[in-house]
Design a protein around this ligand. Structure first.
Ligand code: AMP
Ligand code: MG
Length: 338
């Protein structure tokens, strides 16, 4: 099958150039914005809506901006901030969106046996990813927070839509799941608006709607910050998330510590996986599982895959070997080296 290649980096560059103008008929329309602390680029190829692609994209970015305000744990006006601050004293009422998200996150934490643990906020705060804390966290403090599976200490009340904490000393960090969930919201938003063909690059997480004309989307899969992908994945309709240590880290005494934590050690995961990309029919699942597989390591990720079959993976090991799950092998074309 003839394939057209789409590199996330090239896409972003090309899209930035055209971001200010609505394109002529039959040309894709692109909008770039900054939300969830990252760049997003939406490209609409086909739409059956009476609204212009420009209007649809504007509405989409507004929707994402409000969601970001709601889910950020650093924004003092956000519901997650309130939950982290007050959840132990009294259950906190949250929006339906947040309620469903936190419940799904708890399910995914249980399903992955805590490899994805969205209640490790105290650990990520100690490490200080994204800011300079100046000092490596104390081993004893980390040991106290390790392996606590705090998601077991959440209470839910469906009627009052409140969430509470039964223990003190933990907080919610949606960093491994919020972008995926936002892409789920975006997918519904765009489809409801009449969009039938689109691709979104959300800081490296990808949403595809429909096909690119008669072709599948060919998405570059990268394992680090270099421009050379490990391969391309041909997909229609779906979500792709990638977790690796290259994107975010802190440096203490000349040593780099990346941002994906093994909740059982409270240290950056060191499972033998350099990068993990997950493709799923759901954005939250693709995001949470890319993080979870990175923590689990290839063997456990494969067992999880065989057991649940809810997502496909492309795993690059520390030695550069690339492993793909069975369901995606035929759609993945590895980059030829040399
Ligand atoms: P991602 O890039 O999707 O793998 O998410 C990583 C971000 O999620 C980090 O920056 C932390 O805020 C948070 N995080 C780190 N480790 C985990 C984990 N094991 N489970 C859930 N969230 C995590
Ligand atoms: Mg993730």
């Amino acid at each position: 099958m003839k394939r057209k290649y789409l590199s996330a980096a090239l896409l972003a560059a090309a899209l930035c150039l055209s971001a200010l103008t609505a394109c002529a008929d039959n040309q894709p329309y692109t909008k770039s914005a900054f939300t969830f602390d990252t760049f997003i680029t939406l490209t609409i190829y086909e739409s059956e809506s009476a609204d212009s692609p420009e209007e649809i994209c504007e509405g989409a970015v507004d929707m994402l901006t409000s969601l970001d305000e709601e889910l950020s744990r650093t924004n003092p006006d956000s519901v997650i901030y309130a939950l982290n601050k007050e959840g132990y004293n009294a259950p906190v009422e949250v929006s339906n969106t947040t309620y469903q998200l936190i419940k799904s996150c708890k399910d995914l934490s249980e399903l992955t046996d805590g490899a994805f643990d969205f209640t490790l906020g105290e650990i990520s705060s100690l490490w200080g990813f994204g800011k300079d804390n100046g000092k490596k966290p104390d081993d004893t403090a980390l040991a106290e927070l390790a392996g606590r599976k705090n998601y077991d200490n959440l209470t839910f009340d469906d009627e009052s839509r409140t969430i509470g904490f039964t223990e003190e000393g933990f907080s919610v960090d949606l960093g491994a799941a919020a972008k995926g969930y936002a892409l789920d919201m975006l997918d519904s938003y765009l489809r409801k608006a009449g969009v039938t063909s689109a691709v979104v690059d959300f800081g490296g997480s990808i949403l595809t709607i429909g096909k690119k004309g008669e072709y599948s989307w060919n998405i570059s899969v990268t394992a680090d910050e270099s421009d050379s992908p490990v391969g391309t994945l041909a997909v229609n309709d779906g979500f792709i998330a990638t977790s690796n240590g290259a994107k975010r880290f802190v440096e203490y005494d000349g040593v780099k510590y990346h941002h994906i934590i093994d909740p059982f050690t409270a240290y950056p995961a060191d499972s033998g996986i350099k990068s993990c990309t997950v493709y799923a029919a759901n954005g939250l699942i693709s995001d949470a599982l890319s993080t979870a597989f990175f923590v689990m390591g290839q063997e456990k990720a494969e067992q999880f895959y065989e057991k649940y079959k809810i997502a496909e993976y492309i795993i690059t090991l520390d030695d550069g070997t690339v492993k793909t799950s069975d369901g995606i092998a035929a759609d993945f074309r590895a980059t030829k080296n040399g």
